[in-house]
Design a protein around this ligand. Structure first.
Ligand SMILES: [Zn+2]
Length: 227
């Protein structure tokens, strides 16, 4: 699978994407078009997960994907990208009669994508296993470049883990290793936790929206193979 970040895909993002698609389909059935407005503060979809409100913004109790890559480094895969000529026509009133694929700003180009080669990705969460199972059943591909065939899901397995520590299940890949972006107050009394540094970063879906960002939050620890 291909990630757009040095860490894995968030479980709350995957679950929210299913609900968002369902909302869009329901709106379409009513003859409406539901659009994401980046300037508005997005509403929180009701995910079947517990919330951690130790820091600001609050976050869902679930981790990012933990992978055990079979190669020591991500594998570079080349994709080709071609300028959409019809799109140029829409963007500009004056487009030359020919736009070359071979030279100039708008030539065809190769774009590298870093793929993590792994048989499994694992998340931990505190939530309703039945509802999580039902939502994940609709997720057939994960990560970036799905239309190029990356991130194909063969099967989802949901395993209840009633003996696990609740805080750990919502924050750690395994005890002592941070598995998600986390506001600083969450880990204030855990000085020995392994993490990936500190930065301004989103802590819950939609991760691209500034209202979900926390300053000096802790980043998840990198996968073993990339440490
Ligand atoms: Zn927390």
């Amino acid at each position: 699978m291909c990630f757009g970040t040095p860490w894995g895909i968030s479980l709350d993002g995957l679950l929210a994407s299913v609900l968002w698609h369902r909302h869009k389909a329901a709106a379409a059935a009513r003859g409406e078009v539901l659009t994401y407005d980046p300037l508005a503060v997005p509403e929180d979809l009701e995910l079947p997960l517990a919330r951690c409100e130790a820091g600001q913004p609050w976050h869902w109790m679930c981790t990012f994907a933990h992978t055990v890559p079979t190669t020591p480094y991500p594998e570079p895969r080349m994709r080709s990208s071609r300028t959409d000529h019809a799109d140029l026509q829409r963007l500009s009133p004056s487009v030359p009669s020919t736009v070359s694929d071979a030279r100039g700003h708008y030539r065809k180009r190769l774009i590298p994508a870093a793929a993590t080669i792994t048989a499994t990705a694992t998340w931990r969460a505190v939530g309703d296993p039945g509802k999580i199972t039902e939502l994940l059943a609709e997720v057939t591909d994960i990560g970036k470049y799905r239309t190029s065939g990356e991130g194909r899901v063969t099967a989802w397995t949901i395993e209840p883990a009633p003996g696990d520590d609740v805080w750990s299940a919502g924050h750690e890949h395994h005890p002592g290793v941070l598995g998600r972006s986390t506001p600083a107050p969450c880990v204030a009394d855990r000085p020995d936790i392994v993490h990936g540094g500190r930065s301004r970063i989103a802590v819950r879906a939609p991760y691209a929206h500034p209202s979900r960002h926390a300053d000096a939050a802790y980043l998840p620890a990198p996968d073993e193979a990339q440490r």
